[in-house]
Design a protein around this ligand. Structure first.
Ligand code: DC
Length: 220
């Protein structure tokens, strides 16, 4: 079974997907981590976000791997190198929307995502999972929440890592990323027509996991 969890930044996709995968005994695939890895390597190699061909080649040649990590958070590898922490910096976060808008990058990543999910039961989170990557997924959920709430969640997450960002700045960044991800030409962020839309603004994590698990159980 494939469970597709899409939605904008900060909607809780990765936390919910991880917990759901754990509960259902599925594998969790974090596709945002893949686009973040491409972005990190492009930055390090001095490849501009506008260098279409180079980004496509980097993406095709990239060997991205996942391994189980502490607290259920997957460790992410580019070849043998672990990049789990580096792909979460503010610098990468600010650059990833532009890099992930390129068709060549997306084609390469979608191919890898389909391979990763080829065997077994998988919970996949991203922006285009229910619309493009797995249009026949058995379960499609679109998680969302208000910009203010998503910014608040991201801010707290960053504070946990010792990074302080104001609520206003966070809201501005989240809104800009939403706008970029939703308006790009290739595979824009949007809910699939057959997705169940879940607004989590007033829900806590346990309530969301409970609701999503009910939906998955109902689809079995
Ligand atoms: O979920 P995230 O914040 O880690 O995703 C980082 C970026 O990657 C996001 O701004 C858009 C892009 N992305 C995408 O274009 N398609 C996906 N399936 C997953 C992420």
């Amino acid at each position: 079974m494939i469970v597709a969890i899409d939605g904008p930044a900060g909607a809780g996709k990765s936390t919910i997907s991880r917990m759901l995968a754990d509960r259902c005994g599925c594998t969790y695939l974090d596709t945002g981590a893949m686009y973040r890895t491409v972005t990190l390597l492009a930055m390090e190699q001095g490849i501009a976000a506008s260098a279409y061909d180079e980004l496509g080649m980097l993406s095709r040649n990239l060997e991205i791997g996942f391994q189980p990590g502490p607290g259920g958070v997957p460790r992410v590898f580019a070849g043998c190198r672990e990049v789990t922490e580096e792909i979460r910096t503010q610098e990468v976060t600010r650059g990833v929307s532009e890099v992930s808008a390129h068709a060549g990058v997306r084609t390469a990543m979608v191919e890898k995502q389909r391979l990763c999910a080829a065997s077994g039961n998988v919970v996949v989170d991203g922006r285009d999972i229910g619309t493009v990557v797995f249009p026949a997924a058995e379960v499609k959920i679109f998680l969302t929440a208000s910009v203010a709430e998503r910014a608040r969640r991201r801010r707290l997450e960053l504070e946990g890592k010792g990074v302080t960002v104001s609520q206003d700045k966070m809201e501005e960044e989240i809104a800009a990323r939403d706008d970029y991800d939703s308006s790009r030409e290739v595979a824009p962020l949007r809910a699939a027509d057959d997705a169940i839309i879940l607004d989590t603004t007033d829900m806590n994590i346990d309530q969301v996991v409970e609701r999503v698990a009910e939906i998955v159980d109902g689809a079995d």
